[in-house]
Write a protein of this length. Sequence first.
Lengths: 158, 158
Amino acid sequence: MTADADLIHFEDLEPGTTFSLGPMPVDKAEVIAFASQYDAQPMHLDEDAARHSLLGGLAASGWHTCAMLMRMMADAYIRRMAGEGAPGVDFVKWRRPVLAGDVLSGSSRVLTRRRLRSRPEIGIVNMRHQLVNQRGEVVLESENPVMVRIRAPDGDLA
Amino acid sequence: MTADADLIHFEDLEPGTTFSLGPMPVDKAEVIAFASQYDAQPMHLDEDAARHSLLGGLAASGWHTCAMLMRMMADAYIRRMAGEGAPGVDFVKWRRPVLAGDVLSGSSRVLTRRRLRSRPEIGIVNMRHQLVNQRGEVVLESENPVMVRIRAPDGDLA
């Protein structure tokens, strides 16, 4: 168990702070399993149909790519952060197909941060996320605010 | 197999057109399974920890709620739509916790639409999605653009 003070807090997340994500291989069976449960469209389920589509191969559901991003973020920093969840997502752009057999990696970077007036022990940290495939092509861009506890709420950090 | 002309096309998606989503029960085992694979934080995994948290109970990952939204959209209209995928998501707001045992329902509504100059056979349809729980409380709001084929590309629909 990590002591709370050792967790990543608001004070540690200066603008520009960057966490590396991945690498994560995109597993064909997982692409099909996710799609079967949540997004049963042919391009996510059927390799032959997908190969002849504009996507060029069996493609992960966009929401599956978001779930893989979440997994990479959890592994890279969220599970050792004094986080209080996220109120939402500012945007997601699915820039290119994510195909079975691809390997994803990327980064999460702190853009801006501010304290919450209504909850002085919490700050909002705006993060920018990017995933690329094994050719370095951007496949996903996203930004979202996360709520992070402040180590020293009485400090004078802006 | 549905004939292509019978699918929902751009022409059918007038602003205001609304599709009902759900109902979909939020299954505890599925909440834990999704979190174990993609978002392994205590409030999504451990019923006891979650009950004593601000969330008040075992809560689905926000990305799991998005995946459940996708499933409800696929069942309600996407699998019978002449769709060409989506370039992204304009925003997602996770308004309230989604707890194991909740039952979700909601709607997808056409906001605006426009033809693509670059691809005259395709139009962009901007959709607004909302999910509520069994008490009618809004748990998720989102908007996103979807690409839909035009039945009669030479028609003069605005």
